[in-house]
Design a protein. Structure first.
Length: 154
């Protein structure tokens, strides 16, 4: 009897692994294939970026204008969009880590939260992240970081 139960659990495990792999591939297709500057996007009639899948992610103009008004004019040509964050849990702590597009966005985040363009903010805690989402909803993409081992990952 335990042999039959083992076969059933192996089949279930394979089905779950296949489903997780398919979902992972689907999410990988939703990441940006390109990043464009805030200045470029503000000039477009339909501001958007191409995704890996070939589809387009369209930005809400109000979000772009809000970001432009919140940042100094002289860095708008350096700020690329969308902002890609990974979400993970580290024990009881929820962390949103900036994965792309890079250093100028980390500086913009530091300016938004600390008022200083010189510093860089690469991680946003769960208390601050809703503020970003409320103000710049269409400018942010979040991917999930899942560690199957249950250990904290880097």
């Amino acid at each position: 009897m335990s042999g039959a139960a083992g076969l059933g659990s192996d089949r279930l495990r394979r089905l779950l692994a296949k489903k997780l792999y398919e979902e992972k591939k689907r999410f990988e297709m939703m990441v940006p294939a390109e990043y464009r500057t805030l200045r470029e996007l503000l000039e477009e009639e339909v501001p958007s970026v191409r995704l890996v899948s070939g589809d387009y992610h369209v930005f809400d103009r109000r979000d772009l204008e809000a970001l432009a008004s919140d940042l100094p004019w002289y860095i708008r040509g350096f700020i690329r969009l969308p902002w890609l964050f990974s979400y993970r849990r580290a024990g009881f702590k929820q962390v949103y880590r900036l994965e792309a597009p890079g250093r100028w966005v980390a500086r913009a985040l530091n300016y938004i939260f600390e008022g200083d363009i010189g510093g860089e903010l690469w991680e946003v805690d769960a208390w601050r992240f809703p503020r970003l989402l409320r103000r710049y909803k269409s400018l942010i993409l979040v991917i999930l970081h899942i560690d199957a081992t249950g250990e904290e990952s880097s």
